[in-house]
Design a protein around this ligand. Structure first.
Ligand code: GLN
Length: 425
């Protein structure tokens, strides 16, 4: 492999055990998923030498299905970012849009599929990190319902929001990979048997006759006009195949980005406290006390975006500000959930452009974190509400890929897979 796009942090083959549904299939694994004996860096200098002693459940499941892991895919540091540019191992270049970012944080996973370096890939999605790079790289990505897929062995960023999800060239292949990784796991108490009996690959039949799809008008308002035009063409494709398209408004979404970032940073500040230089982290020479050593390891091991989030998250959870920020964000989250539940009583599926913009040029976004956070406006509401969503290629703006996002009710993966496969046909 030449890896001209900087897709892999570690190129290492792990051969699956049996002949299963993924025999002869290659797969890239995001580098925040533990692989026994193969280093798992999370895109961070903090874990540059970390070699886990066990496999994440999803890794075991793809190996049991016969897949061959071809490498650990580059990612934003600790999955914090939307362009893959916060990685300590350098950015990934978008194979579908040269000179541009692949999206993030699962940028290496999406790029591996887009470049044909792997047949399939696994990513994780806390606020869009499977759907965003899927959209930017012109591939399919699924963010499952919270609890459908085990998070055991995934390095946690924000536990209440994240799920592992598949990336693939087609809806059917993404659905097949979801069949393999879905289902309850004794090692992860948040998993649920809600999807254990489903067959996602069979749902990719393109039958949308009689399906009602609600366009979330609030998520169109902030999108670029060219992106909206491509989005509307894809709705037309669904309409001609028998779907009914209506409009819905979810007022709470105005607060979703703010709520998401307060919650995600708060959870991150707590999760990342374990990187203390004792169990994990670089060896740093200090002659001071433990506090000095702790600070020195974290100063050296974490990049600027991770530090920013730990600081802001710690602030939002601190005694004087907990009610003002963290609790308020939880209230907004409850409102977002309620809005989605109500909307999904009158329509089967909700739709928006996956990303409001086309992939930015490499190096263009990092200076303005706020701009970067606002790019997540269409994806983070789904994580706040713990719902399933898929991004499917919808077309392009002058060759730059645009994704259509379809959102379903809890454990409604089959419905969004069905609708997404109609867009493909
Ligand atoms: N871009 C979002 C963030 O930085 C989402 C990241 C993710 O889903 N891991 O938090």
């Amino acid at each position: 492999m030449s890896d001209e796009y900087n897709i892999f942090v570690t190129e290492s083959t792990i051969q699956g055990e049996n002949d299963g549904p993924l025999a002869d299939v290659t797969i890239a694994i995001k580098d925040n998923m533990s692989t026994a004996g193969v280093r798992t860096t999370c895109g961070s200098a903090m874990l540059a030498e970390y070699v886990p002693p066990y496999n994440a459940t999803v890794v075991d499941r793809v190996l049991e299905a016969g897949a061959t892991i071809v490498g650990k895919a580059n990612m934003d540091e600790f999955a914090m970012g939307g362009t893959n540019e916060t990685s300590a191992f350098g950015p990934v270049e978008n194979p579908a849009a040269p000179g541009r970012v692949p999206g993030g944080s699962s940028g290496g996973s999406a790029a591996a599929v887009a470049a044909g370096e792997a047949d399939l890939a696994l990513g994780s999605d806390t606020g869009g990190s499977v759907r965003n790079p899927a959209a930017f790289c012109g591939v399919v990505g699924i963010k499952p319902t919270y609890g459908l897929v085990s998070r055991y062995g995934i390095v946690a960023y924000a536990n209440s929001l994240e799920q592992v999800g598949p990336l693939a060239p087609t809806v059917e292949e993404a659905a097949l990979l979801l069949d393999i990784i879905a289902g309850s796991d004794a090692h992860d108490a948040t998993t649920n048997d809600g999807g254990d009996d489903s067959s996602y690959a069979e749902a990719a039949d393109g039958d949308v006759e009689g399906l009602t799809i609600g366009v979330i008008t609030d998520l169109i308002a902030g999108a670029d006009d060219e992106v909206t035009a491509v989005f509307e063409d894809s709705l037309e494709t669904l309409r001609t195949q028998g779907a009914t398209i209506t409009e819905v408004s979810l007022e709470s979404l105005e607060h979703a980005v703010q709520a998401y970032y307060v919650i995600a940073m708060s959870e991150a500040s707590s999760n990342l406290a374990r990187f203390d230089g004792v169990r994990y982290g670089p060896d740093v020479e200090t002659d001071g006390n433990w506090n000095d050593a702790f600070a020195a390891v974290r100063e050296e091991g974490f990049g600027p975006e991770v530090k920013r989030r730990i600081l802001l998250g710690t602030y939002a959870l601190s005694a004087g500000y907990h009610d003002k920020y963290y609790k308020k964000a939880q209230d907004a989250r409850a409102w977002v959930k309620q809005d989605f539940d109500e909307a999904l009583e009158s329509v089967d599926v909700l739709a928006s452009p996956t990303m409001p913009v086309v992939p930015p040029k490499l190096g263009e976004s990092l200076d303005d974190p706020l701009q970067l956070y606002l790019m997540d406006a269409n994806t983070v509401p789904v994580n706040l509400a713990n719902l399933p969503a898929i991004s499917v290629p919808a077309g392009d703006v002058d060759g730059l890929p645009v994704g259509l996002q379809l959102i379903g009710p809890k454990f409604g993966e089959e419905t969004i897979i069905r609708a997404a496969s109609a867009v493909e046909q």
